[in-house]
Design a protein around this ligand. Structure first.
Ligand code: NAD
Ligand code: UFG
Length: 341
């Protein structure tokens, strides 16, 4: 298939482009490089021996979108482009609504104009808010506690409304849990700008000597060791979930669309201290940490019921915690300064 990937130079996008190319798809990336570097795509090309068509531009620009859809001959779009930092979204809510919500609206308009009706969208487990029950099934009530989360909810609602108005759309809404790790080659991985917000990139930077110690945000939660529990998923498993989603969407009979929301997680929760121990084992480096107060807005525990993905997509995560940490360390050790090094 010809696939347009928005935000394809980013962390999850670059890993997905690699799997798409390896499976024989033709890939066009539209990215404004606001949170990534073209070097990630150079490396994907080297690893696969295939070429990516690249368009530098913004998803809020309808003309660029129509050009990208037309030039690529796109049959489907995988839509990663967006801003993703929870704390920043509280400071800059309008930028988040503009980039994420307006950007997705422009994308849907351009797709409609060009007759491209298949979209895979990066949603997040954040749309479940503070879980009322665990594990999280897709029918759990949706809510949001910060502007970033609300942009994901608004976009999900926009997709459901678009489908209600035109049942020929094919939408795969993927609710990611906590993506971690890197490609086994150690050539592509997560390259956060500035101080990492997320746990594993921060731990990796402590291991490589870029940071002195990890702040553990709270050890008084109602969890086995008091620290926050999350469902960490290897980014390559996550990338493969997008391929399975495209396959499932393309199976719908002609003219008949679908709109499905699916969790992509492992179903297993690990605590912050579990992650520290696993990373120490993978890297052979001690990870110094200090217990701090809870981070505002954090929840105690969050993990998926991944049954729908297995039943509907025939997909399940196969890479374990040891592999997630070993691959994250391999990337960090080979690229201590990320793509800028
Ligand atoms: P990322 O920041 O590495 O990748 C996003 C890419 O989109 C970057 O290359 C960036 O330059 C590009 N981009 C941003 N705004 C753009 C715009 N207006 N026009 C064109 N390009 C633009 O993030 P990621 O971790 O790869 O996440 C991808 C998607 O998955 C995001 O939508 C994010 O909200 C979602 N998600 C991520 C996580 C996570 O923990 N990483 C969890 C749940 C959901
Ligand atoms: N944590 C620390 N120290 C740190 C960073 C994190 O103790 O320096 C803890 C957090 O308190 C939490 C756990 O590690 O208990 C995971 O935190 P992350 O920031 O890595 O991830 P979150 O679960 O808070 O959020 C992530 C993404 C969101 C997304 C959500 C669900 O940042 O955008 O997963 O997919 F919505």
């Amino acid at each position: 298939m010809n696939i347009l990937v928005t935000g394809g130079a980013g962390y999850i996008g670059s890993h997905t482009c690699l799997e798409l190319l390896s499976a024989g798809h033709a890939v066009t990336v539209l990215d404004n490089y606001s949170n990534s570097k073209p070097e990630s795509l150079n490396r994907v090309e080297r690893l696969t021996g295939k070429t990516i068509r690249r368009i530098e531009g913004d998803i809020r620009d309808g003309a660029v979108l129509r050009r990208a859809l037309t030039e690529s001959g796109a049959e489907a779009v995988i839509h990663f482009a967006g801003l993703k930092a929870v704390g920043e979204s509280v400071q800059l809510p309008l930028q988040y609504y503009d980039n994420n919500v307006v950007g997705t609206l422009r994308l849907l308009e351009a797709m409609q104009a060009c007759g491209v009706k298949t979209l895979v969208f990066s949603s997040s487990a954040t749309v479940y808010g503070d879980p009322q029950r665990l594990p999280l099934t897709e029918d759990h009530p949706l809510s949001a506690t910060n502007p970033y989360g609300r942009t994901k909810l608004v976009i999900e609602d926009m997709l459901r409304d678009a489908f209600a108005g035109d049942a020929s759309w094919r939408f795969g809404i993927l609710r990611y849990f906590n993506p971690v790790g890197a490609h086994a080659s150690g050539q592509i991985g997560e390259d956060p700008q500035g101080v990492p917000n997320n746990l594993l990139p921060f731990v990796a930077q402590v291991a490589v000597g870029r940071r002195e110690f990890l702040n553990v945000w709270g050890n008084d939660y109602d969890t086995p060791d008091g620290t926050g529990v999350r469902d960490y998923i290897h980014v390559v498993d996550l990338a493969l979930g997008h391929l399975r989603t495209l396959e499932a969407l393309s199976k719908a009979p002609a003219g008949q669309g679908q709109c499905m929301a699916i969790n992509l997680g492992t179903g297993v929760g690990y605590s912050v201290l579990d992650m520290v121990k696993a990373f120490e084992a993978a890297s052979g480096k001690p990870i110094a940490y200090q217990i701090q107060a809870r981070r505002p807005g954090d929840i105690a525990a969050c993990y998926a019921d991944p049954t729908t993905a297995k039943e509907v997509l025939g997909w399940q995560a196969t890479r374990d915690l040891q592999t997630m940490c070993a691959d994250a360390w391999n990337w960090q050790r080979n690229n201590p300064l990320g793509y800028g090094g």
